[in-house]
Design a protein around this ligand. Structure first.
Ligand code: SF4
Length: 224
């Protein structure tokens, strides 16, 4: 089965489809994706950007990670400035955007109510996270995690996928780094970054310079 056909979480299936049916007024003339959002980016990427879950009217509408909302606008502009993305604006799955050396995914592939999946939903979606990690395999050098919730979600799920995570679990910090070890004994750096949410970018908690610095650090760690 492919991730886009998954219906394993009843609450999330109901929510993603309800949002797709009712739509936001501004997008009334559009057909929402309304399904699990797959990872986006090349399969030979050394950096995997990890969010938390798709936004109801962003990726759940467009069908592509971080595409179609303000958070994505901030992220893709920074990815373009730092050389990871082919264009600064990510508006739809058919806009021609290409990523180089970097892929993006989420521990939960369906939009959750209030942007908050349950621990059980995170665990259920761990099977797809495992596939993402296996897809990148030994090339993966950096897990760039956006936000404290994404950090907790990822580090909570990795041990069940056979990864070693430091004990006690490292706390999230913007620019913070930790080393985890994949099932074959290869070290991978987990790099923290404040989430690109409007709450953080409008208040100046996360500035373009701070985001660029983390993305540049990811490139340094990836050796690319
Ligand atoms: S969150 Fe993940 S496991 Fe749950 S229905 Fe969506 S794709 Fe399937």
């Amino acid at each position: 089965m492919v991730v886009t056909a998954c219906r394993a979480c009843p609450r999330l299936v109901a929510w993603r489809e309800e949002v797709a049916a009712t739509r936001r007024a501004a997008f009334r003339d559009q057909t929402y994706w309304g399904r699990p959002v797959p990872g986006f980016g090349p399969e030979d990427a050394r950096v995997l950007v990890v969010g938390l879950a798709p936004a109801a009217h962003g990726a759940n509408r467009t069908g592509r990670m971080f595409t179609g909302d303000r958070s994505g606008d901030v992220l893709f502009a920074a990815l373009h400035r730092t050389g990871w993305a082919s264009q600064p604006l990510s508006t739809s799955a058919g806009d021609g955007m290409r990523l180089t050396g970097l892929r993006m995914t989420a521990p939960v592939h369906c939009a959750p109510p209030a942007n908050m999946p349950t621990p059980q939903e995170r665990t259920t979606c761990g099977a797809w996270l495992r596939r993402e990690l296996e897809l990148l395999g030994p090339r993966l050098r950096v897990l760039l995690v956006l936000g404290g919730f994404g950090w907790q979600a990822l580090l909570s799920e990795l041990p069940a996928l056979g990864w070693s995570v430091p004990v006690p679990r490292p706390a999230f910090r913007h620019g913070g780094e930790a080393t985890v070890v994949d099932p074959l004994g290869r070290p991978v750096t987990v790099l923290g970054c404040y989430h690109v949410s409007q709450q953080n970018t409008f208040t100046g908690r996360l500035t373009p310079d701070m985001l660029d610095a983390v993305l540049s650090r990811a490139r340094e760690l990836a050796g690319s």
